[in-house]
Design a protein around this ligand. Structure first.
Ligand code: ATP
Ligand code: MG
Length: 373
């Protein structure tokens, strides 16, 4: 049953209230058209975010291989021509963003990522747009996805799991203090830097929700969805703590606690709430997972007034010095990277050429939709 998701291919879903569209990952053909002009004209047609301090002109970038494919396009390695520096360039095709009704989420992705500044969250340098696509220029995190390392090793020992979970807890505590819910935790969205520390990428479902407010969109990845998301009860920060419970289980077991052939089957498992703990799980891990995978949000660990403190003080994290967390020199896995632009830790993808700076002939159907980019 699990073999389907064992390989890469777990899908993100997104469904608005009363909206039949399902968002799923995969390669999609670019149906948009555009014309390439000379470099000067291209530049004048690209807008650059003014909020992000670092200016890197798109004309200074050489586009290299694909690092990952996403719902609206792909993420590619890019190299600065003027400096010995690598970046990850995420392309989002406007036609797909609009077709899947994700304009608001994509604008939020750029805005929220621009606002956050945390050692375990990927850094965004700047954003661009042309007639057909939106682009986010991020730091290149060269150690590969945690997904890749977990599948390679089958499962992680307790100490490794504690290490990665503590960095997620620290990052989520920070995001929640800014009233940002992440909503898409899974090993595919977690990267390892060259020292083996976590970098959270993909803010495609992140949302700012005022304290006490709830949000209703069904989004995330089926295996990682909290019951209140599936049941459309309205959800808040507690969904991130649920997904942490799923992630800790998956790191220790090698597979997530609720699986099925299709999303509906997975939802049934989640709502039934029966967790089959492998016998090798230690009691502290089992206790934390049970407390995070509590369907009643008011009783879920992390949901009380004390918030993240309750999670940090759980015996699973015994020995973690939360005050000194950012000073740990390296993680349990040291990714093999021969040089900063090495892509050995990423899967290979069939390439699709990218020409940035396509301009519009005639009226722009997307005018005003992505003004922040
Ligand atoms: N900064 C980065 N450095 C290196 N690789 C990255 C970076 N950001 C993203 N990637 C790679 O690209 C993949 C897709 O990126 P991302 O998850 O942001 O796209 P997405 O369209 O939201 O994908 P999906 O909808 O499938 O979750 C990631 O899983 C990762 O492998
Ligand atoms: Mg993703």
């Amino acid at each position: 049953m699990w073999s389907k998701v064992f390989k890469k291919g777990r899908k993100d879903i997104e469904q608005e209230e009363g909206d039949g569209d399902l968002r799923a990952s995969g390669n999609k053909k670019d149906s948009s058209s555009g014309e390439t002009t000379d470099e000067e004209q291209q530049l004048s047609n690209l807008t650059r975010s003014l909020r992000i301090s670092e200016e890197i002109k798109y004309t200074d970038l050489t586009i290299l291989q694909t690092l990952g494919t996403g719902t609206f396009g792909r993420v590619r390695l890019a190299k600065s021509k003027s400096q010995e520096r690598y970046f990850a360039l995420k392309q989002l095709k406007k036609t797909e963003v609009v077709r899947l009704k994700q304009v608001e989420h994509v604008n939020a992705e750029r805005e929220l990522l621009a606002d956050v500044n945390h050692p375990y969250v990927v850094r965004l340098f700047c954003s661009y747009q042309d007639a057909t696509s939106l682009y986010l220029l991020m730091e290149y995190v060269n150690g590969g996805e945690l997904f890749y390392h977990l599948r390679k090793r089958g499962r992680f020992p307790l100490e490794w799991t504690q290490f990665y979970a503590s960095e997620i807890v620290d990052a989520f505590g920070y995001l929640h203090s800014l009233d940002i819910i992440y909503r898409d935790l899974k090993p595919e969205n977690l990267l390892l830097d060259s020292n083996g520390h976590i970098k959270i990428t993909d803010f495609g479902f992140a949302k700012k929700v005022k304290p006490g407010d709830r949000t209703w969109t069904l989004c995330g990845t089926p295996e990682y969805l909290a019951p209140e998301v599936i049941l459309r009860y309205g959800h808040g920060k507690a969904v991130d703590w649920w997904s942490l419970g799923i992630l800790i289980f998956e790191m220790l077991a090698g597979y997530p606690p609720f699986v099925g052939q299709d999303p509906m089957e997975i939802y049934e498992e989640i709502l039934a709430g029966k967790i089959g703990f492998p016998s090798h799980f230690e009691s502290a891990a089992e206790d934390l997972i049970k407390k995070l995978l509590t369907a009643d949000r008011s009783r879920r660990l992390g949901s009380s007034k004390r918030g993240v403190k309750d999670i940090k003080q759980h015996k699973f994290f015994k020995g973690v010095d939360w005050e000194d967390l950012h000073n740990r020199p390296h993680g349990p896995i040291l990714p093999e990277v021969a040089h900063p632009g090495d892509t050995a830790n990423f899967e290979r993808y069939e390439e699709e050429p990218l020409i940035m700076g396509k301009t519009n002939v005639g009226s722009d159907p997307y005018e005003g939709m992505f003004d922040g980019f």
